[in-house]
Design a protein around this ligand. Sequence first.
Ligand SMILES: C[S@@+](CC[C@H](N)C(=O)[O-])C[C@H]1O[C@@H](n2cnc3c(N)ncnc32)[C@H](O)[C@@H]1O
Length: 393
Amino acid sequence: MHIAILGRQPALGVAELEQLYGSDAVRWFTDQSATIDSSRFDFNRLGGSQKAGRVVAELSGNWRSVSMRIVKEYSATWAEYSGKITLGISAYGFPVSARDVQKTGLVLKAKLKQRGVSVRLVPNVEPALNSATSHHNKLGLSSNHVELLIVRASGGKVIVAESVGAQNITAIAARDQARPKTDSFVGMLPPKLARIMVNLTNFDAGSSNFESCTMLDPFCGTGVLLQEAMLLGYNVQGTDLSPKMIDYSQVNLEWLVSKFQIRNSKFHLTQGDAMEHVWAQPVDAVATETYLGQPFSAPPSPAKLTEVRGNCNHIISEFLKNIATQLQPGTPLCVAVPAWRDIHGNFSHLPLVGGLKKLGFTEITLQHVTPNQLLYYRENQVVARELLLLRKT
Ligand SMILES: C[S@@+](CC[C@H](N)C(=O)[O-])C[C@H]1O[C@@H](n2cnc3c(N)ncnc32)[C@H](O)[C@@H]1O
């Protein structure tokens, strides 16, 4: 069993896990973590989890008792270790300070020193190391770079896990900022969210040859979703109304292929209006961030909102009607559409969200996450992205 430490919007992380590994295999453990019981678990694939670890013990109790147990177990396990161990300890859900956590590491380090084993302890600024620190120290990536994830649920149950890695912040930042073409007007889909969206389609579940699958983004913009899908091994097809965006995607994907030495995945880009375009087949899955309307720095007036919402609703409904005629029944889609937040934090949704059945789609319901949790936004954003999980009926 594994435990995942979830990202900034934990429900999106759990939705991703549930789609990839099935609802029976996934459980919320705390509001920031989930357990996964699947032999297919692959942390490197995920966008919505910051870290994950292989569960090595399930305990109960307070920090003191858990800490004593850890010192006892690991001083015995590593007593004969030859070579240096780099150790990080991260505590979640305990009412303890960074110093308390560090102290556990120092006691363990002293005990091992007596046995001639040398430990480098990664300093805790917080009770839990942030994922950048874990990643830069290569924790979880080899047998002598260990991070213990110690997670306490409100009922007192404690999971101890050995990390299998932390999100590669450097590579994610490079995919976001170092790619040659970006465009702040079409918006910046964060690569982590793009990765979650590709995984939410889960179109390769159980398939051994997902490399031959093709994912389509009909509003591809600068190609962030296509990039993430290619990194996961899929062939991709992107279309966009704007020829400039097709040029941008072309440059970005060529850059990705050479920078990340992608050998097997192919890409295909064409200019086209999603309301009437005829896509090349096969299309095995669709992941797209549709037209979101104009950006707003403050909630718009009711008249302006009605206008923008009506315009987006028209474009996205026509797109859905058009693509419904071209997809095989059962084809999965993850479609990000706009929802607008008012000053009280209430959302105004697109009218089409209530009529997806009529447009030819079945909504996928998740066991562990409700549809209203599938909203991605930052606190200062008026336009949120609402993720619709669909299947062609
Ligand atoms: C929110 S952006 C998508 C950004 C994209 N996820 C990226 O990685 O850059 C929406 C895109 O939809 C395109 N668009 C707007 N109306 C369209 C239409 N009718 N058909 C196809 N694309 C359209 C815009 O040119 C824009 O690139």
